[in-house]
Design a protein around this ligand. Structure first.
Ligand code: AMP
Ligand code: MG
Length: 539
């Protein structure tokens, strides 16, 4: 009898160096049963095989981080490996133990309920990238849920991770989006209307997936020696420039987490991103955007907007509160790290520094969005505040408004520019022309007069200002309805819109002639459609 030919597996070139599982304490129980896991950082667990993995899309930039060629990503074996059907030599699959504060309350143990880390790849640059499958089956942390993920949320995570990367926003990455071939039941709005949806798995990449909650669970249980091991591990592997762990180094580390988190908040506000579930288990220790769930992009500028229907009453996680919530979350992390430091005052100082750092970053960011050379408090505080009062007065698309603002004429032709000409580049941003009353238009024109006067002080040529503004105000973002259209098409077996969006979102600041349909404001049909304006935590 002849043996089947051995298919060469190009993925065996991946080199693993699993520091997390080698250096940190493991759950001594090997069984995959839901339970409280004490005294350890993770549990070893295998992905659940799926029947018919099918690649929907992969990110070439994420693949390059692993030195994987596009041919490899298109191979049958790639879909098998990144659906969890086949383990490569060197992989050490595991789920991490973490806790968290959800909506302001301590929730106890959460953990990777449907995420399975495969191991840490070392690439040719010597960088470590942890590979993680999301939706690959239950783990000891699955609590009452199934460990699976559906296409809709997986596609949203895949596209948005890569879109954020190209926008210059710190984020975990997404290598692949794979349909499992198996149905998953979900009741999207928890209202007694379950339906079967296509199951899917995303492979995510990050320097590590360690969250605030990994520390909180250990501190909460009084497992201080494991807490210290995890802190030391995180510093040695992720923050080696801080030096060998000591109480002083723990403080410098916390200070750095405060700074990177502040910078992340500034980025989110700049591009109009609303995370939607800023629980402490969804906060990366590296200041990365992590766990794309019911996130959304601001369409009409409304600081109280949240895409998450679960949060619609309290709006705890709305656009305008994100920086404040990050501060609250950092305070929970400070509490968790306190046993290693033993002094509250320096932690409180770091939290105050967060606020100062965020404020400065936000001002610089707003100045950049407006095309100012620098933020000058005496001149610019009122200019910015008045703009932020004007924007929500009528439904104004944030992305289109700032993009258009770069084109408002300011200089030589000023004397001859009519009010209509001046406002023309902004007109596409307004959702409801009937809201543009004379009183509103007067107020906007008055602001534009102050704005153009302010620009004249800087004396930048219009072309240069235009270029600077277009480098920070994206033209293409993953508008909520665009992701939904892509989901609808993949459900019908058509993957082309995913590919198109992935491509357009690679250059979010470029004009990209021919792709303007992806930069238009939300169409009316999407105003109240589930998935476009309303999302839930169901995923
Ligand atoms: P999230 O709100 O998505 O950040 O999830 C909060 C917690 O619920 C995390 O511990 C997740 O691992 C867990 N979780 C969410 N969905 C599932 C699922 N379908 N199966 C198992 N665990 C889940
Ligand atoms: Mg989460």
């Amino acid at each position: 009898m002849s043996r089947p030919p051995k298919i060469p597996n190009p993925l065996t070139a991946l080199r693993f160096d699993n520091r997390f599982t080698t250096l940190l304490p493991a759950d001594p129980l090997a069984e995959n049963r839901r339970r409280q896991v004490r005294g350890s950082c993770y549990s070893r667990v295998l992905p659940t095989p799926v029947t018919a993995p099918r690649l929907v899309a992969f990110s070439r930039e994420a693949a390059a981080l692993l030195d994987l060629s596009e041919t490899t990503c298109r191979s049958a074996i790639f879909a098998q490996v990144f659906a969890g059907n086949l383990l490569l030599p060197g992989m050490d699959p595991h789920a991490a133990c973490y806790g968290g504060h959800q909506f302001g309350n301590w929730a106890g143990q959460l953990g990777d309920g449907r995420a399975i880390n495969l191991g840490e790849v070392v690439n040719q640059q010597g960088e470590h990238w942890t590979l993680q499958l999301k939706g690959a089956g239950p783990t000891p942390y699955s609590r009452t849920a199934d460990g699976l993920a559906v296409l809709r949320s997986s596609l949203r995570e895949f596209l948005c991770s890569e879109a954020m990367f190209h926008l210059g926003v710190p984020t975990t990455r997404a290598l692949s989006l794979i349909l499992t071939g198996e149905p998953v039941e979900r009741d999207m709005f928890y209202d007694g209307h379950p339906r079967e949806e296509p199951g899917a798995i995303v492979c995510r990449l990050a320097p590590s997936f360690i969250r605030f909650g990994n520390f909180e669970i250990l501190a909460g249980r009084g497992e201080i020696s494991v807490l210290q091991q995890l802190a030391d591990f995180t510093i040695r592997t992720g923050f080696p420039h801080l030096g060998e762990p000591s109480p002083a180094v723990y403080l410098r580390w916390f200070d750095e987490i405060c700074r990177t988190t502040a910078e992340l908040m500034v980025h989110w506000l700049r591009v109009g991103f609303v995370h939607g579930v800023m629980n402490t288990d969804n906060m990366s220790i590296h200041g990365l955007t992590i766990d794309y769930g019911p996130y959304g992009w601001l369409e009409n500028y409304d600081p109280t907007w949240t895409p998450n229907t679960t949060d619609s009453a309290g709006r705890r996680y709305c656009y305008g509160r994100q920086a404040q919530i990050a501060h609250w979350n950092l305070a929970q992390l400070a509490n968790a790290l306190y046993p290693l430091i033993g002094e509250a005052e320096p932690l409180e100082q770091a939290l105050r520094d967060y606020t100062a750092h965020f404020d400065r970053g936000w001002q610089d960011m707003m100045a950049a969005k407006l095309g100012l050379v620098a933020y000058e408090p005496a001149l610019d505080r009122e200019l910015v505040q008045e703009l932020l009062r004007i924007l929500p007065e009528v439904e104004t698309d944030m992305t289109l408004f700032f993009r258009g603002l770069a084109l408002v004429p300011t200089k030589a032709s000023e004397a001859r520019t009519s009010p209509e000409q001046r406002i023309a580049p902004l007109m596409s941003a307004f959702y409801r022309p009937e809201q543009l009353t004379p009183a509103y238009l007067d107020r906007l024109q008055a602001w534009l007069t102050n704005y153009t006067e302010r620009l004249r002080r800087d004396n930048l040529p219009d072309a240069e200002r235009h270029q600077r503004m277009h480098a920070v105000n994206p033209k293409y973002v993953l508008r909520n309805y665009l992701a939904q259209l892509a989901i609808d098409q993949v459900e019908q077996g058509d993957f082309s819109l995913v590919a198109e969006l992935l491509e357009v979102l690679r250059h979010p600041y470029n004009e990209q002639p021919g792709q303007e349909r992806f930069a238009e404001k939300r169409p009316e049909w999407a105003r109240n459609r589930p998935g476009c304006s309303m999302l839930s935590c169901s995923s």
